[in-house]
Design a protein. Sequence first.
Length: 85
Amino acid sequence: MTTSVTRFVVTHLDRNGYRTFAHHRQGRDTYETRAEAEKWIEAAHNWNGLETLARFYGLPLEVRACECYPGHFDPQRIIPEEGDK
């Protein structure tokens, strides 16, 4: 049995400058492909504009790979796999 699957998440910079999840750490907020996650970022920019996004997220928003549990796709870590500064 597979212990993890790679999914993609939208990330932002927290108040300390660390990259972290932009959404809930739940499977419903992960994406099967990098392109799907990037599409969410593009749509968010189009809906809200940069100024509004900056009130809620530390910019820039970026897509990161994330190891998730198979089946329900909840992330296995608190910080995305590439969760560096």
